[in-house]
Design a protein around this ligand. Structure first.
Ligand SMILES: [Zn+2]
Length: 240
């Protein structure tokens, strides 16, 4: 059946006649298009959070993720609004602490804040045991809740390296998955670990860097060339 915006029929987001009334109203959430789910997030097994590199889906969707938070320019807010891209922002406390409110503009556009640790130690897998990793994750969980009103559900390891110890800490910190990538927008161009174009279900890595506009332009060109729609990863996974 057509959805309110001529969308495809529906996942769990759209109420049906059999749905019982929700006791606590959910906060208004922007739904662009709902897709019949053809991918299920693997569960936490044996205490270990799953690791997601891309989403196996037949839907023409791509997921934009933007990391760290170092460079905060009004231009990046303007561009994201102009392109109307919801994205997952993997922020690091120590890089956003000088101006956490900057990221509220992206949140208002439909993006979500996720967990990229407190300190961004790219050697955390090698240097730290379970407890120290967990502490660095929990610190960001609490910071995100304090400043953005939601505890992150997704974790991105600084530098991308992970281990089973990290997977356990991620689960114990209350998150649902580790998210890595196979494509990135970097230095004004796209880099692909596989192939030479974006594929449905790709997770794209970007950063809040001085090259934000050039990186976003490279992503936009690739996204349009591939005929993909930018969808919020958390919506697709049901972990928003
Ligand atoms: Zn990072």
């Amino acid at each position: 059946m057509p959805g309110p915006n001529g969308a495809l029929a529906v996942g769990g987001e759209v109420p049906t006649s059999s749905a019982s009334p929700t006791p606590t109203p959910a906060p208004a959430k922007r739904i662009r298009r709902t897709f019949i789910p053809d991918y299920q997030l693997p569960p936490i097994v044996g205490g270990l959070a799953p690791v997601i590199t891309r989403i196996q889906t037949k839907h023409p969707v791509v997921f934009l993720t933007i990391d760290d938070g170092n460079i905060k320019t009004p231009e990046s807010i303007k561009l994201m609004a102009e392109y109307d891209y919801p994205s997952s922002l993997f922020l690091t406390r120590d890089t956003v602490a000088d101006n956490p409110a900057f990221f509220n503009a992206f949140k208002a556009q439909g993006s979500l804040i996720e967990n990229h640790t407190v300190t961004h130690n790219i050697n955390m897998v090698r240097q730290w045991g379970y407890q120290q990793q967990l502490n660095d994750m929990v610190g960001m969980q609490e910071y995100a809740f304090q400043h953005y009103g939601r505890r992150p559900t997704l974790f991105r390891p600084p530098g991308g390296a992970y281990s089973d110890v990290m997977r356990k800490a991620v689960a114990d910190a209350g998150m649902k998955a580790i998210v890595t990538w196979e494509a990135k927008a970097n230095a004004g161009k796209m880099d692909y670990q596989v192939g030479n174009s974006l594929r449905p279900g790709d997770i794209v890595l970007m950063h809040f860097r001085a090259e934000f506009a050039a990186d976003l332009a490279a992503f936009r060109a690739a996204q349009l060339a591939a005929g993909l729609e930018v969808v919020l990863l958390e919506d697709f996974l049901g972990v928003a």
